[in-house]
Design a protein around this ligand. Structure first.
Ligand SMILES: [Fe+2]
Length: 212
């Protein structure tokens, strides 16, 4: 079933240009050259609080925790050229709340937990254009970590990816330099979040490696 849902569309040169324009039209902050030169996305640790089989929803603040509204959107690419749009890719997001706590601060399958123990976690599938969106709240810092989002991406014919993304405006700060987890994330994992009224919004490009 997943095979049927996952449609890998190989893009020709013209379509590639159209795709990059589409990304930019959606508010991508990187220059066109950067948008189409993200290499395979680097991996990072899942951390101790990954819960599997989280709800299929783009609105992951399930318990309406207080915080600054956040929207994070993206596109998932892959294929041999790393430029093919991956439709039907599974994208999971989990994160801390506005006090730096995870819900739950534990792991395992979601069946272990009551509904009121699960928050700020969810999964969506990319559309035919490879794009996805989540709505949530901005996570707080905790410990020596940069502000971050946790991701897991799965697409047919590609290597599953577990990674983290960061806030561009925190890059190079004293706080950021104290974080020794994932010390040198590549350019495309720094998200240039911006304010859109009351919402903090940003976009990310993920590039998955084809399975051998
Ligand atoms: Fe974390």
């Amino acid at each position: 079933m997943t095979d049927r849902r996952t449609l890998i569309t190989s893009l020709g040169a013209g379509l590639l240009l159209a795709a990059s324009r589409h990304v930019l039209a959606a508010g991508m902050q990187c220059a066109p050259a950067d948008c189409i030169t993200c290499g395979p996305t680097g991996s990072s640790t899942a951390g101790p609080f990954y819960v599997s089989n989280t709800p299929a929803t783009m609105d992951i603040n399930l318990l309406h925790a207080p915080g600054t509204p956040m929207r994070v959107s993206g596109i998932v690419l892959g294929g041999r050229d790393g430029r093919s749009v991956l439709a039907g890719a599974k994208v999971e997001l989990w994160q801390a709340d506005s006090e730096g706590r995870y819900h739950p601060e534990d792991n395992g399958d979601i069946a272990r937990y009551q509904a009121d123990e699960i928050n700020l976690r969810g999964q969506v599938a990319t559309g035919v254009d490879g794009r996805f969106t989540f709505r949530s709240i901005v996570p707080a810092h905790y410990g020596n970590r940069r502000r971050h989002l946790h991701w897991r991406l799965v697409a047919d014919g590609h290597v599953a990816l577990v990674t983290q993304t960061y806030w561009q405006d925190e890059r190079g700060t004293a706080r950021e330099r104290r974080d020794f987890v994932d010390r040198n994330p590549e350019e495309c994992r720094w998200i240039a979040f911006r304010n859109e009224g009351a919402v903090v919004a940003g976009e990310v490009v993920f590039v998955l490696r084809p399975a051998a």
